[in-house]
Design a protein around this ligand. Structure first.
Ligand code: 6CS
Ligand code: FE
Length: 294
């Protein structure tokens, strides 16, 4: 246990100048009843695949909603829209639950928010929502990272008591940039070397350079846990722990890949000041409205 720069006890110290070795996570993964079907596996692997979470009609509705958003020229000037590096194509749109009533309603449904409540053993609120697009031919990937490392350092999330749900809106093949995960890696916290510069967060969403683990740490984790990939038809989903090591390669196929990404945090794990950044990121990346989803 060490102290963060502003003197708080910090069990997940990261972004130091010199770098520090990986540590065992001392928080649980499943905070609810472990006896609930499927939760023991989630606890072991740090993720679960949900086949057919949305049916094909629901996928069509969500995709139409997102096409409406990307077709809105005014929204394209909004800071919530992140473009691909070196192009004008949309990479991510954040806060989609505020831009779309259909998505807001979907998030609250018990088959969605209820999953997070079961794992986190408490009421939950939405920490972040986004749509990620990986266009065909030119889609660039996301380098290996733990989401919790960023949320802790830059958003002030105290503990890895959050889960992400990535709902496939297109088919995910092994060859169109689908997400790779290291099963079981959620039990290890990998601190990243290098202080967080001010105002880097938008660039980091295009191409992450701060908050990336060392090649040695990735090599060790991959050697211990191996790598698997989430593939499946549109409507299937991946539910994963906030500290699971994951990443994706680019997409040179003609088949685009998009997903709706929702992050649920426990109401008992609400954000503080950042643990390793000069100031908090904007609310469209890290909500400070902690109202439970009902
Ligand atoms: O910024 C975020 O909240 C998430 N996105 C990226 C590209 N990295 C950190 C975290 O997963
Ligand atoms: Fe991520």
């Amino acid at each position: 246990m060490t102290l963060s720069d502003n003197g708080r006890i910090d069990r997940y110290r990261t972004r130091t100048v010199a770098g520090t070795p990986p540590i065992d996570r001392d928080d649980p993964t499943v905070w609810g009843e472990i006896g609930t079907p499927g939760l023991a596996e989630f606890d072991d692997h740090g993720y679960a695949i949900l086949d057919g979470l949305l049916d094909r009609y629901e996928v069509v509705d969500v995709v139409a909603e997102i096409d409406r958003l990307t077709g809105d020229p005014e929204l394209m000037l909004d800071e919530r829209v992140i473009l691909e590096p070196g192009s004008h194509r949309v990479r991510s749109i954040f806060e989609v639950h505020r831009l779309s009533a259909l998505i807001a309603d979907l998030v609250r449904e018990s088959r969605i928010a209820g999953l997070a409540r079961q794992i986190l053993g408490s009421e939950v609120y939405l920490h972040q929502s986004r749509v990620n697009y990986m266009p065909g031919f030119t889609g660039s990937g996301f380098y290996w990272h733990s989401d919790f490392e960023t949320w802790h350092a830059e958003d002030g999330m105290p503990a890895p008591r959050a889960v992400s749900l990535s709902i496939a809106l297109t088919d995910n093949f092994p060859f169109n940039g689908s997400l790779m995960v290291m099963p079981g890696s959620h039990r290890t916290f990998v601190p990243c070397q290098g202080e967080t510069p001010p105002d880097h967060h938008r660039e980091s969403l295009r191409h992450q350079e701060i908050g990336v683990p060392s090649q040695q740490a990735i090599t060790d984790l991959a050697g211990k846990h191996g790598i698997t990939q989430f593939t499946g038809p549109a409507g299937s989903a991946l539910l994963f722990d906030s500290n699971l090591m994951h990443g994706s390669a680019g997409n040179i196929t003609p088949f685009p890949r998009s997903n709706l990404f929702l992050v649920f945090n426990s109401v008992d794990n609400t954000l503080l000041d950042p643990f390793a950044a000069p100031y908090p990121r904007p609310e469209y990346l890290a909500s400070r409205d902690f109202t439970p989803l009902m």
